[in-house]
Design a protein around this ligand. Sequence first.
Ligand code: ATP
Length: 611
Amino acid sequence: AALSRTDEVDVKGGWKVGAPVPYAALSKTFVRIEATTKRLEKNAFLTSFLLLVMQRSAKGDAKSLLQAVYLCINRLSPDYVGIELGIGESLLIKAIAESTGRSISVVKADLQREGDLGLVAMMSKSSQKTLFKPKPLTVRYVFQNLKEIALATGHASQGKKVSIITKLLAACQDFEAKYIVRSLEGKLRIGNAERSVLVAVAHAAVLAERERAQKKWSPEKLAARLEEAANIMKAVYSELPSYDEVIPALLEHGIDGLRKHCRLTPGIPLKPMLAKPTKAIGEVLDRFENKRFTCEYKYDGERAQVHKLENGTVAVFSRNSENMSKKYPDLVEQLPKCIKDSTKSFVLDAEAVAIDRTTGKLMPFQELSRRKRKDVKVEDIQVRVCLFAFDLLYLNGEPLLQKSLFERRRLLREHFTLVPGEFDFAKSSDNETTEEIQSFLEESVKDGCEGLMVKMLDSEASFYEPSRRSVNWLKLKKDYLAGVGDSLDLVVVGGYYGKGKRTNVYGAFLLACYDSESEEYQTICKIGTGFSEEALQSHYETLKPLELVKVRGISSSGPGGRESISLRFPRFIRQRDDKTADEATGPEQIAEMYERQALAQNNGRRVEMRT
Ligand code: ATP
């Protein structure tokens, strides 16, 4: 039903077949998406826009759809390329003032009142008298200019950025300024999660296919085909997370040709598979009863996905797909020694762990975090790392994701060689009893690890699942057994001024989890415990400039009609530099933990959750 309603939506304006995509069509689509909270409607509006792009682009033009998709997810390149927007507020205020002839102080006052710079830009434009209607903006032009802004570096870059933004804003009509400014800020705020854009692309491709076939499909057939296409798209994108590759392939080979043409490719990092927490060895055994499984050391370092291309290039990516080759030049240098001659190209999943080269002892993550993140020179490195490989995802031209872990591990051990202190295979032990798991766990802790990862070894259940937090990988940390539960990764959304010793810093913080479905941060607790004085000082210095509004106090109540959960006795453990805010723990994970806690309480045990 929601799909048919989009027929009434007119975003076309004067958009002709073969002409560039008007930015007005995209911004009107954003208006519609923002105006509804219904997921199906949001999807329908986006689908119908993308369908128009597909239908109106000239044959062989994949760029129009690609750029439209990028603007919908507010990116300019795949994650791993790292071209990012996120222009500072003062620069944007300056550009808005310049392009609309208003004073900076008036624009600032408007921002205080409205709280949305996009809206302020739009209002500033509409109050401006212009003699000539500017030439309409196109998606291509906006995209190229945003990219130029993002890429501008060096001395004169601020001035260059302001002048491009001013030029863009001067050409804006209707709602365009609102979304251009929000794009520049780095947050579109239309409630359109990245995953839903993926689904909309798949749906648009199905509708285009139906039109080309000029056939009437029954509603059941259409629904089934839409679902199938969305699943194919999600699977393909998780293996090859680059629209640069997926969109042209989609246009050329259709939905059904995607799997064949878009496979894991060295050089393009895939989103890593993640694990579910477990609280007791019994839980592990329940899950893996009668199945073959393996227990591996859970190393306390940083996830490293290591790629080697056929041409010899080596790259190390973080769990966020960030290229870390400059952070780990030593790993890149060490690698050739552990690769056998038969190994031409590969993708390894591994953990980089700080190690004491003289004693061979593993060091905790804190040591590793002392390393510089950028432009590290091998000769300056104090903290050495050893790579512990636990999975092989690609080997000599073949993706291995759909092979059993047993097989992947066999290939891993066959094609790489141990180099003491530099490269090793994650220590593992297969199919154990409760007592054996317990003693392996204790051994792992003694060896400086966080606990164990327990993984399915055989059958489809052991295939590598990119980007999934899977039940086929369970983590068993020593802390869980002490009854404290897993740690949560939360986002600071507020601070409270401290008293006494904490007078000049924030004494406590308001924390939130992130709901990627609704794209909202949901507050979950206030936290004031676990901070050293240095940490409080450094948090204050980092966060103070980001303060938006001052209020006397915050009272929190659960969101209307929904059950709410808060944490008892939360305690700060550490800052996570390897995750972005929207990779924070999600409400569904917290709800799951809560349910398991309730279950444990019913069994007569009490557990607390902590942060
Ligand atoms: P955590 O808070 O436990 O670090 P996380 O959200 O970063 O959680 P999880 O899926 O919960 O990620 O835990 C898996 C992480 O443990 C991996 O991302 C990886 O960095 C690390 N790890 C260490 N040893 C292994 C191993 N043998 N197999 C898989 N992951 C491992």
